[in-house]
Design a binder for this molecule. Structure first.
Ligand SMILES: [Zn+2]
Length: 288
């Protein structure tokens, strides 16, 4: 079977994107897997530090591997935003396919130093593990927002500079880069996030040699996705919209069947509503 690097390179060459969807439990895993399977496209499961602590680090690695093996299916596991070398090492040792070291809040020099340390550990671990670097702060939480998150700036001068991005990639040796191009983590309450700077996506993509990753995809328009993907985004992250789908599915289920006590029956509509959101996104990303 082709590995994650093969799929990311293929996506970059074809100007399409692989979907990256965060989960907190096996409900999310099945929702994402069934969506990908129904379309026959590769998919990446993401777990933040909080999400992976809830489900269990070795446990989530085993669950994803079990789907890959049983169905002979290209489903991969990424350690989303990881804030220390120790936690990067933990997931590489646990068998994850890729990891993001997020030093976007650090000085450029410190970000380079720790990212490079992560890349070296991944290269020497005895199997293929991709490392993604982060440059430019876009906020941290996947939730509904009433305003742009503190510390996030959407002025042109605060977005990722293509020359700095190239310097970062050259110095660290990362396999993928997540730039700040007007994207934000979380999603505005209105459901409409600020527009992405597509010109900048294209400039960064043609300046650095590695595939780009779009974070904070929840709330961005379908047109913005298509343009960003056509200009070099090879992976797109969605979290908040699946969280909302899960919660709404659960509320509806509890309201419609107030006497139901079987967790698997209560949760089933929530799994289906997550699956629907993931399917809609995967169709836009164009892997099919
Ligand atoms: Zn992110």
């Amino acid at each position: 079977m082709k590995n994650l690097r093969d799929f990311v390179e293929e996506a970059q060459a074809k100007k399409i994107a692989i979907g990256h969807f965060n989960i907190s439990n096996s409900d999310g895993l099945w929702g994402v897997f069934r969506a990908a399977q129904s379309l026959g496209v590769p998919v990446i499961i993401g777990v933040s530090e909080g999400e992976r602590d809830f489900i269990g680090v070795p446990q989530v690695a085993t669950l994803v591997k079990s789907l890959r093996d049983e169905f002979n299916y290209p489903i991969f596991l990424n350690a989303d935003h990881t804030y220390s070398f120790d936690r990067v090492k933990e997931v590489i040792d646990a068998g994850f396919d890729s990891v993001i070291f997020d030093g976007a809040n650090l000085s450029f020099e410190e970000n380079v130093k720790i990212t490079k340390q992560c890349v070296e550990y991944a290269k020497n671990c005895g199997r293929e593990v991709l490392v993604e670097g982060e440059l430019g702060y876009i906020g941290q939480s996947s939730k509904i927002l009433d305003g742009i998150p503190d510390g996030v700036k959407l002025d042109q001068k605060d977005l990722t500079d293509p020359k700095v991005a190239k310097d970062f990639v050259d110095k660290t040796g990362v396999d993928m880069l997540a730039p700040a191009v007007g994207n934000i983590h979380g999603m505005m309450r209105s459901g409409v996030d600020p527009k992405l700077d597509i010109t900048l996506v294209g400039e960064i993509s043609s300046t650095v040699s590695v595939p780009l990753v779009l974070h904070g995809g929840s709330g961005n328009s379908d047109d913005d996705f298509r343009s960003a993907i056509a200009n070099g985004m090879a992976i797109v992250h969605i979290n908040t919209e699946i969280r909302i789908a899960y919660k709404q599915g659960l509320i509806k289920s509890l309201q419609e069947n107030p006497d139901e006590v079987a967790p698997y029956k209560i949760a089933k509509p929530a799994v289906i509503s997550m699956q629907k959101v993931v399917e809609e996104k995967l169709k836009i990303f164009g892997m099919k």
